[in-house]
Design a protein around this ligand. Structure first.
Ligand SMILES: Nc1ncnc2c1ncn2[C@@H]1O[C@H](COP(=O)(O)OP(=O)(O)OP(=O)(O)O)[C@@H](O)[C@H]1O
Ligand SMILES: [Mg+2]
Length: 261
């Protein structure tokens, strides 16, 4: 049955500290945010502002100190390990900056691995569709070491899409890629949102990548300081220019290397 709640995932008063009292770091400082279904949301912010911590807490890969995480109205933050494993297999996809592929397996085997581990049936039509969207038809027999960075990340994207999860969290999916490969991976993520209604939350330092998103959130010091609806590339640059305090170093956005899109 198609899911209809317009909110796919939600953080409620999320608070996360690391370390003990002497050296405590507040990574998330009471963050509340709703992620909308069928939308590409980008998360930006300086290094150390809590972006990865937010993604990891949302995906059940890390546990908040207090507050709640809900995915499809299921409370992730209170689940035991077995429930979490189930939820992560079915409802949540994750794409890492470093691809996280199994080096000894081919592209096809990597894409199908989560389904095989979960003993779930493989929908061959969907597999073919996903593989053609990521443009990997001729690379399925290759192992990660035989693929470019962009191709490896497209394998990771296809793997995340295979289960048609409710939401995909992506932590700097283009962070290790050159501008051409970045565009390919971003194009794929956008296509998943546009053509298949996939909900995606993506951390990025690249304002051009963020300008592909329907919504851009900015985190600073563990708090959401901006929430922009369909910002243009210039809107995003303007936000970072405002925060560009000469005493605090340069803006934390990557230089733009292309003039396309
Ligand atoms: N396992 C950990 N132990 C201690 N401190 C941590 C840990 N993970 C993150 N932190 C701290 O929490 C804060 C937020 O880190 P986080 O990784 O979420 O930032 P980020 O916004 O993803 O940064 P970047 O853009 O560099 O990836 C930082 O001050 C970081 O040092
Ligand atoms: Mg990070």
């Amino acid at each position: 049955m198609p899911k209809t709640d317009p909110i796919v995932a939600r953080a409620v008063d999320l608070y996360k500290t690391y370390g003990d009292t002497d050296s405590q770091v507040t990574a998330l400082d009471h963050v509340s945010v709703d992620f909308r279904r069928g939308e590409l949301t980008a998360i930006m912010g300086p290094s150390g502002s809590g972006k990865s911590t937010l993604m990891h807490c949302m995906a059940g890969l890390d546990v908040p100190t207090s507050g709640e995480v809900l995915v499809e109205d299921l409370e992730v933050s209170s689940m035991n390990q077995k429930q979490l494993t189930q939820l992560r297999r079915k409802e949540i996809g994750f794409i890492f900056q470093s691809f996280n592929l199994v080096p000894t397996l081919t592209a096809e085997e990597n894409i199908l691995l989560p389904l095989q581990i979960a003993h779930r049936p493989i929908d061959r039509d969907w597999f073919d569709k996903v593989v053609s969207v990521v443009g990997l038809e001729n690379r399925l027999d290759h192992r990660p070491s035989q693929l470019s960075g962009g191709q490896q990340q497209r394998v990771a994207c296809a793997r995340a899409m295979m289960e048609r999860p409710s939401v995909i969290f992506a932590d700097e999916p283009t962070g290790n890629l050159d501008s051409r490969s970045s565009r390919e991976v971003l194009g794929f993520l956008r296509q998943c949102v546009r053509d298949y209604g996939q909900s995606i939350v993506m951390v990025t330092h690249d304002p051009r990548a963020a300008s592909f998103a329907g919504r851009v959130l900015v985190l600073s010091d563990g708090s959401i300081t901006q929430d922009m609806d369909h910002p243009t590339y210039d809107d995003i640059l303007a936000v970072f220019a405002e925060h560009d305090d000469p005493d605090n170093g340069p803006v934390d956005v990557e230089p733009v290397t292309t003039k396309e899109d």
